[in-house]
Design a protein around this ligand. Sequence first.
Ligand SMILES: Nc1ncnc2c1ncn2[C@@H]1O[C@H](COP(=O)(O)OP(=O)(O)OP(=O)(O)O)[C@@H](O)[C@H]1O
Ligand SMILES: [Mg+2]
Length: 451
Amino acid sequence: MALTLIVDDDADAAEMLAAQLAERGHAVVVAHSLRDARRQLAVQPTELVLLDLRLPDGHGLALFDEPALAQASVVLMTGYATLETAVQALRLGALDYLIKPVTAEQLDAVLQRVLPVPSAEARSDWRQQVDASGRFGHLVGRAPCMQRIYQQIARVAQTGVTVLVTGESGTGKELVARTLHDESRRRERPFLAVNCGAISPQLMESEIFGHEKGSFTGADRQHQGFFERADGGTLFLDEVTEMPLELQVKLLRVLETGSFMRVGSTTLRQTDVRIVAATNRDPWQAVEQGQLREDLLYRLNVFPIALPPLRERLEDLGLLCTHFLLEIGQREGQAKRLSPAGLDKLADYRWPGNVRELRNVLQRVYVMSEGDTITTEWLPSNGPARAPAMALGGDPDLRVALGTPLADVEQRLILQTLRHYGNHRERTAAALGVSLKTLYNKLKTYESEPP
Ligand SMILES: Nc1ncnc2c1ncn2[C@@H]1O[C@H](COP(=O)(O)OP(=O)(O)OP(=O)(O)O)[C@@H](O)[C@H]1O
Ligand SMILES: [Mg+2]
């Protein structure tokens, strides 16, 4: 049986916690000092360590230099929920923290998050899947960097910890989230995706947390938010850096306490939802720019998964092309394949829009190609590194008068960049560092309210 080690110098608190864990079927040992804890870790494999920070012979974080700790899930216990300690602990590899005194609900929530599901619950063997089919879940690819991603997904899927998926637009972040959900014991429960960049900030709180009837003008019915509807399942928070800061505070609270309130209500509701968040921006930069709360980032970043851009896994191009062409061929009723020269040309391209762009390119060339072989004719090429702007029909730079409203600057920048890239939306989104969806949303608003 897996062993839990409680490290706490307060003997009463440790006993109480040990009893609670024993009730839940854990084998428990207790250590009252760093020295005790080191001895315990050395004698038997430990799955979970609940670690107090103030110990008689030193600071709890000192235990992180113990090699045996690398095998265990570590959860901090702190009476002083200082951001700095929590941040430092999460950085060092703790999966979570508990605030003392530890309540039964808090303990359950944390155990559920950090402990792998017993292996009886089929843990799918990702390596077998990849060897057999060149894919894992929804993700196609065999490149070593993708195999590392699969390994991470398979491992973290068995726990309930929060996951942050980063990667350029079109690298497959949403597919990672879906695969993670399908590999977890939550697979029979809902997977819901919220695009924080697409919901208006005014509506987002009620979309996410729900609202009571009459809580604001237009709230003529009670409404269940994503947290309620995803109960027992997975909530995918896409483009999380676009979430308004006040809402980020509320999200942080849900992550810490497992409870939330509908808009217009004072009743706390419990929720059991695994959060997978994603962003195509550098989240640390978003923190620096004041768009993402640092404490929320640490909470989300408990288990980071960074997807490599397509240009760093070109060995998967052939596999991906076959996959997409098969899909398109089945839909259109005629099989077409890519010529070897075509594949070479694709490998020379830089793929700013990543796998999504590849899929769109193949869709286009499938339609354009006559016969059943796709040649190089309609395939994209990089063009000169710094294209002469006039040839592309746009200005190379944008001049704005001081004091121009930000929204106007943004609109001009977006439209001129789009023109610069010959209306190529993937390149435009990549150049501007926003997701394609964000670009589409912006363009849609410009259509409805022209300058
Ligand atoms: N590894 C992959 N295997 C198969 N298809 C993929 C893979 N990666 C991406 N795709 C394709 O690209 C599309 C975009 O993927 P996804 O929506 O997951 O990207 P994303 O990283 O979330 O992009 P964005 O940041 O723009 O939201 C998918 O619908 C799918 O068709
Ligand atoms: Mg996405």
